[in-house]
Design a binder for this molecule. Structure first.
Ligand SMILES: Nc1ncnc2c1ncn2[C@@H]1O[C@H](COP(=O)(O)OP(=O)(O)OP(=O)(O)O)[C@@H](O)[C@H]1O
Ligand SMILES: [Mg+2]
Length: 264
């Protein structure tokens, strides 16, 4: 059996410039992986490419999710298959409330047959009552004030509120593989804990998580079994949680030097 998400020799260019240069990674449901790496090494590029952002051109390599190749799929199709990305910089959508955004997203991911359509295939989403119950439960889990549901999506949200919103979306969509791009940046110490606990409550045998972070701090809560270091568009080192501690202590120079040494 191959892994849930398989990335093979991935090369990605942005506006003609190669950013990812032969990246390999496999993630299974039930596993937690962390990617760390210097600014500009290509971490968000990897996340955006996995979700099918049109700016990121796959020039070589393969991406397989649940046994199918997904490079040709739209972001929407990937989301429906169970891939999820929490953005490093989520956008605001003034005029669309959190609740209505989430309802649309949930219904797109889990279309249910409309009992009134007499089996002619028309689809209808979850009932309003069921949706409200689910939303309330998840917002309580993330310690979000109920008034958030009525606010416009990310409009005027603080940095911490935006990150909680991303995890709320993940909780509602129940993906199979979730990529969290710097979900900890800009969070105060309590918020890192609340957001991590939220992710941990969602974690289990049905979810694989890829956490992109600069800091070991979040890894005290979301405990990855695998830590990968991305430098210059490639994973140059993989290890266990101890690798994150080593990085915090020593920075990236020793890895960059080891790379130069090994390519001689
Ligand atoms: N949409 C884009 N348009 C132009 N250049 C881009 C775009 N996305 C990424 N790049 C370039 O690709 C390189 C890698 O960027 P990326 O955002 O993937 O880095 P990162 O590892 O996530 O960095 P950080 O730790 O700062 O978030 C950078 O040089 C960046 O300018
Ligand atoms: Mg980034």
């Amino acid at each position: 059996m191959s892994a849930t998400l398989v990335i093979k020799d991935l090369h990605v260019s942005v506006e003609g410039k190669e950013i990812l240069r032969g990246l390999n990674l496999e993630i299974n449901k039930g596993e937690t992986h962390a990617i760390m790496g210097p600014n500009g090494s290509g971490k968000s590029t990897l996340a955006n490419t996995l979700m099918g952002h049109p700016t990121y051109e796959v020039t070589e390599g393969e991406i397989w999710f649940k046994g199918q190749t997904i490079i040709e799929l739209s972001p929407d199709e990937r989301s429906r298959l169970g891939l999820f990305l929490a953005f490093q910089y989520p956008s605001a959508i003034p005029g669309v409330s959190v609740a209505s955004f989430l309802r649309t997203a949930v219904n797109a991911r889990y279309p249910q047959p409309d009992p009134a359509s007499n089996g002619n295939g028309q689809l209808k989403g979850m009932s309003m009552r069921e949706f409200r119950r689910l939303l309330k439960e998840k917002m309580e889990m993330l310690k979000m004030d109920p008034s958030f549901a009525r606010r416009y999506l990310n409009d005027g949200f603080s940095g911490g509120e935006k990150k909680r919103m991303e995890v709320l979306q993940m909780a509602m969509l129940r993906p199979e593989i979730a990529i969290l791009d710097e979900t900890d940046s800009g969070l105060d110490i309590d918020a890192v804990r609340v957001v991590s606990e939220g992710v941990n409550q969602l974690a289990g045998p049905d979810l694989g998580v890829l956490v992109i972070t600069h800091y070991q701090r979040i890894l005290n809560y979301i405990k990855p079994e695998h830590v990968h270091i991305l430098v210059n568009g490639k994973i140059v080192m993989s290890g266990g949680p101890e690798l994150a501690l080593e990085l915090e202590e020593k920075g990236y120079d020793w890895i960059k030097e080891a790379q130069v040494g090994s390519s001689k």
